[in-house]
Design a protein around this ligand. Structure first.
Ligand code: S3P
Length: 169
């Protein structure tokens, strides 16, 4: 089965996902890296050249491609917002929402080249965070408080999934 980690930009999906995969001895895939490799372009390039809707379509395709993988997938911050994507993810696995306060996420992403960060003010990003929060919660099978250490988040995920030893499909 596939574990989809979702949550706002900067919530720790990649760091926690890598640690979780290591602990469970399974594959780890970063969805943004997958999209960039497949497109042969960076995410800022995709947004700039083809727009956000096109990127969201690539994201839906990535969810379809990766849903058959056995392992941990760190999703882009918007990947589990589309109903269709979440339905596919839930059919093949579990969606785990990593809950982290906005100020922590913002501190981590403020200087990044993420397109949404570049084109929105801090207040606008906080509004997006608030709008998305209920959608993440609605689509997730489990919600984890990921505001403490990555290790604590990994342990909490293992507990909710009942994966205390290896990865079982
Ligand atoms: C996005 C988050 C990014 C990336 C893209 C759009 C979003 O991923 O997919 O810039 O809409 O929240 P991270 O959450 O890994 O930064």
């Amino acid at each position: 089965m596939t574990i989809f980690l979702c949550g706002f930009m900067g919530c720790g999906k990649t760091t926690i996902g890598e640690k979780l995969a290591q602990k469970l001895q399974c594959a780890f895939i970063d969805m943004d890296d997958y999209i960039e490799q497949k497109a042969g372009k960076t995410i800022p390039e995709i947004f700039a050249e083809s727009g956000e809707t096109y990127f969201r379509d690539l994201e839906t395709q990535a969810v379809k491609d990766l849903a058959h993988e056995q392992g941990v997938i760190s999703c882009g911050g918007g990947a589990m917002l589309r109903e269709e994507n979440a339905e596919i993810a839930k059919e093949f696995g579990e969606i785990i929402f990593l809950d982290v306060p906005f100020r922590t996420c913002y501190y981590r992403i403020a200087d990044s080249d993420r397109p949404l960060v570049r084109k929105n003010t801090r207040q606008q990003l906080e509004d997006i965070y608030n709008q998305r929060n209920s959608i993440y919660r609605k689509h997730a099978t489990y919600m984890i408080d990921a505001s403490k250490s990555p290790t604590a988040a990994v342990t909490a995920i293992q507990e909710v999934l009942n994966f205390t030893e290896g990865f079982n499909s």
